[in-house]
Design a protein around this ligand. Structure first.
Ligand SMILES: [Zn+2]
Ligand SMILES: [Zn+2]
Length: 185
């Protein structure tokens, strides 16, 4: 998988992985190999119906280390941690044309799935920091939401993980607040 810009699928994979564990309610949507396969398939990774226990474990333990770099962690700390992760993963960037077009792979050749996904996620977040600054890695402003997101919008003013749910909910709350203040006054 290639990471050409920080809106790429690897960055979305990283975000989806982190958000699979709701740190407010403790609800975990990455409980078994099938959960992991479904999440990865959403981001066009080639996987079967399930992933191995070792791959699942790799992805589960990656989540807190990826979450760490969102929401205002000092950039030096984030970069040092992500670089260390790449070292742990024994990343080995190389160019390949296995599917007919030259593109980057970041993991060791024939690395297991969990390692390939982890490596791509880390590279994507480092690329996001290099391209847009660490401030682009945010936590949702929604009241009951701690989802992370990468703000790839041009102005860089995005506040919510998903404008369809959290953003709307915030608008509705603000609207009700205004109405209530008006009727009281
Ligand atoms: Zn490839
Ligand atoms: Zn949210």
């Amino acid at each position: 998988m290639a990471v050409s810009d920080y809106t790429g699928q690897a960055a979305l994979t990283a975000v989806d992985l982190v958000n699979s564990l709701d740190v407010i309610t403790g609800r975990d949507r990455l409980r078994d190999g099938e959960d992991a396969a479904a999440l990865l398939a959403r981001h066009h990774w080639e996987v079967g119906r399930t992933v191995s226990a070792a791959d699942l474990e790799r992805l589960r333990e990656l989540r807190p280390r990826l979450r760490f770099v969102f929401g205002g962690t000092p950039v030096q700390k984030s970069v040092a941690d992500l670089n260390a992760l790449l070292r742990d993963l024994r990343a080995q960037p190389h160019l390949t044309d296995h599917d007919g077009a030259w593109h980057w792979h970041y993991a060791r050749p024939r690395a297991p799935l969990g390692e390939r996904v982890a490596t791509s996620c880390v590279v994507a977040l480092l690329t996001a920091i290099a391209d847009g600054g660490a401030g682009r890695l945010r936590i949702c402003d929604g009241a009951d939401c701690a989802n992370v997101f990468v703000d790839a919008s041009r102005p860089g003013l995005r506040r919510y993980c998903d404008t369809k749910s959290c953003g709307n909910r915030a608008h509705v709350t603000a609207y009700r607040e205004r109405k209530r203040t008006r009727s009281v006054g």
